[in-house]
Ligand binder design. Structure first.
Ligand code: X2X
Length: 336
C-alpha cells in the first residue's frame, strides 16, 4: 500500500478536528542543535536564545532542541561539522576552530595575532571575507546562517607569568582542533597537545598539562583557576567566532517561511550573544583577578615578540586557508 493510500485509509472516519490535529502534528518539526558548551556559558546561551525565539515565532510548528557538551558526537567536538553534514545532527552553534578540520578556510580566525580586536572581527565577519567563509561552509553541505562569538582566547598556565615567548618554553599546553594550534605553540617553544574540552578539564586537574587557552568567559564560568591555572596572559592572539548553521538536506525540506524564521532568529540570537560576551569581558576579568589569578598584560614590545615568533605559522597556513580569503580579511582589517 502506498503511503498516501494508507493515510487515506487511516484518516477515513476521523473527525475534522482530529484531522486538523494530525495535519498540525505532521507539520511540527523538531531539529537537534549541537553545542560544545552548555547554557552556563554565553555559547550555550546563544543556542538557547535561538531556540526560544524560534519557539515564540513559529507557534510551536518548529522546535530547536539543544544538545550541549558535544554529546551528539560523544565529546569529540572536532567531529561536529561532519556529523552535521551527514545529517546525524540537524543544526549547530559551533566554533570555527572545531569545524576547521573539515573547512580549512575557517583557520583564518586561528591565524595567530591576525585579527587584533573586536572591530577587526566585525570587519572580517561582516564583509567580503565573511561571505567567502560562508560560501566555503555551504560548499561542504551545511547552510551557515549567522555569527556569534566565543571570544578572544587568552593563555593560562600553572607555572608562572607569560610575558614573552621564552616563558612558554617547554610548557605542556592543551590546545584544540586544528593542527594550526600545534604549529603556533611549537613556534613559541611550548609543548602543545591536542585534546577535546571534555578531556581538557581532567588533564588540567591532574597537572597532565601545564596550561590552556580559552576566552575569559570559559575561564571564568569553568573556574579554570580552581584547577591550578593561576597565571593568565591577555594576548588576544585569536578570536573564536561561533556560527549558527543547519544541515543542507534539512534546510531544503523546510518551507521558505521556516527558512526565513530560522535565519532571522539566528541573526538575532547571534547579535545578542556577541554583545553580551563583549560587555561581560571586564567584569569577568575583575572576578578572575579577585579569585587570585595573576593577570599579565603585554607591552607593545612584548606583543610584537609574539607576533614575530609566530610569523612562520602565518606563512605556512595562508595558502591552506586561501590567499584570496586572507587578503580579503587583511583588507577589511586595514580599512576598518
Ligand atoms: O575546547 C575549547 O577550548 C572550546 C570550548 O573553547 C572550544 O570548543 C573551541
Amino acid at each position: 500500500m502506498t503511503l498516501t493510500r494508507h493515510m487515506a485509509y487511516v484518516t477515513k472516519g476521523l473527525t475534522g478536528a482530529a484531522l486538523l490535529t494530525l495535519a498540525f502534528s505532521a507539520q511540527a518539526r523538531e531539529l537537534s542543535v549541537s553545542t560544545v558548551l552548555s547554557d552556563a556559558f554565553p555559547w550555550g546561551q546563544a543556542a538557547e536564545k535561538w531556540a526560544e525565539l524560534v519557539e515564540e515565532r513559529s507557534g510551536g510548528e518548529l522546535t530547536l532542541r539543544v544538545y550541549p557538551n558535544s554529546q551528539l558526537v560523544s565529546g569529540d567536538q572536532t567531529r561536529e561539522f561532519s556529523a552535521m553534514r551527514s545529517g546525524l545532527i540537524d543544526a549547530a552553534v559551533g566554533s570555527t576552530i572545531n569545524w576547521s578540520p573539515q573547512v580549512p578556510e575557517l583557520n583564518l580566525f586561528s591565524l595567530p595575532f591576525f585579527i587584533p580586536d573586536e572591530t577587526a572581527v566585525d570587519a572580517v565577519t561582516g564583509g567580503e571575507a565573511g561571505e567567502m567563509v560562508f560560501e566555503a561552509i555551504e560548499s561542504r553541505g551545511v547552510i551557515p546562517l549567522a555569527w556569534g562569538e566565543n571570544g578572544f582566547r587568552q593563555v593560562s598556565n600553572s607555572r608562572g607569568p607569560i610575558a614573552e615567548p621564552d616563558d612558554l618554553d617547554g610548557l605542556k599546553i592543551r590546545v584544540v582542533g586544528s593542527p594550526l594550534f600545534q604549529d603556533t605553540f611549537n613556534a613559541l617553544g611550548a609543548d602543545p597537545t591536542q585534546m577535546s574540552w571534555t578531556d581538557a578539564q581532567p588533564a588540567l586537574t591532574t597537572g597532565a598539562v601545564d596550561g590552556q587557552e580559552n576566552p575569559l568567559s570559559v575561564f571564568d564560568v569553568a573556574r579554570i583557576d580552581q584547577v591550578g591555572q593561576e597565571h593568565l596572559t591577555l594576548w588576544n592572539y585569536m578570536n573564536d567566532p561561533l556560527i549558527f548553521a543547519v544541515n543542507q538536506q534539512v534546510w531544503q525540506t523546510l518551507s521558505k517561511e521556516q527558512q526565513t524564521l530560522l535565519r532571522e532568529t539566528a541573526l538575532e540570537a547571534g547579535e545578542w550573544e556577541t554583545a553580551m560576551t563583549r560587555e561581560q569581558e571586564s567584569e569577568r576579568l575583575a572576578a578572575i583577578q579577585e579569585r587570585g589569578v595573576t593577570v599579565t598584560e603585554l607591552t607593545d614590545e612584548q606583543y610584537q615578540a609574539f607576533v614575530d615568533a609566530t610569523q612562520s605559522v602565518y606563512e605556512k597556513w595562508a595558502p591552506r586557508i586561501g590567499e584570496s580569503l586572507v587578503e580579503a580579511a587583511q583588507t577589511a582589517i586595514d580599512g576598518r
